[in-house]
Ligand binder design. Sequence first.
Ligand SMILES: C[S@@+](CC[C@H](N)C(=O)[O-])C[C@H]1O[C@@H](n2cnc3c(N)ncnc32)[C@H](O)[C@@H]1O
Length: 309
Amino acid sequence: MTTFTRADGRPVRVVPGFRDRVLGFRPSVTPRPGWTAADYERAADKKLARARRLVAEIARRHDRLDRATVLDVGCGDGITCLVLASVAVGRAVGVDLRLPLFESDATAAPARRLAELVLARLHSAGRLPTTLARLPVRFVRADATRLAFPDACFDVLVSRSAMEHIAPVERALAEMARVVRPRGVIHLRVDPYFWLRGCHKRGLVDIPWAHARLSLADFRRFVAESEGAAMAATRCGRLQTLNRLTLGQWRAVIEAGPFEVLEWTEEPSAFAVALLEEYPEVGDSLADGVEPRDLVDGRLEIWLRVTGP
Ligand SMILES: C[S@@+](CC[C@H](N)C(=O)[O-])C[C@H]1O[C@@H](n2cnc3c(N)ncnc32)[C@H](O)[C@@H]1O
């Protein structure tokens, strides 16, 4: 197949190898089967450096971080919380629907191994349960749209690469505003949906920016024709779990909440910009409301101050 015809009759070019090219651009820091010891060491270094940068960023906006209580929403592997509790804050709490550190499935052992490597860089090496028991950190399995915390009980809230997954986003933001004290600081890092990789791994196919150009029905039909009905259901299902918001829609939904926007940074990815130059036709066939900046801005960093409940 060299072109795929959308339901509105418009042809879009199929580019064999596009998906692999995009996936190969950035090595993942989430453990994969077959990772070597060196892969774990590299990921631990990267995760620790990232968490340290975050600590420095929070410290610039919040005094006396050493006394602060910090909530990490969608904490995933919990490493940010472990670093916060080790080097910076009074208390760190991580919430997530799933906590790989404590699960008993296939994600648990790799998550624990990575956490141990990060902690070994911060403390004298020890067993994970012992180190966890010593640190001012707690993890809670919870849905970010229904948090079982009292009002105004956190000074700072961070949520990295999670808001694009949490729905409804308005409900999550309302819960964030509720549990953070007035004048407290919130940091959101969002992977915007319409940029090159914003549809995440399963949404990537051999049509450049298919997720920004095809309706979900067209996307499903393309994958069914190229990879079969089962894969079409998988890839489409993944897209449907994500908050498919443009950068403008993120701004509107956040401005509708009780927040003062302290900083709003949209950062273009040089890789996405270069690819868009290779496939200029992408810009002529965008879904309604999607703007060129949505295609290339791969990082949305937001700092908010809570103005009221
Ligand atoms: C891409 S991971 C990011 C993890 C971590 N913040 C990081 O930066 O490595 C997104 C996380 O959001 C979590 N998540 C998705 N929906 C959620 C919800 N409704 N409530 C809490 N966590 C949720 C997922 O389970 C997942 O761990």
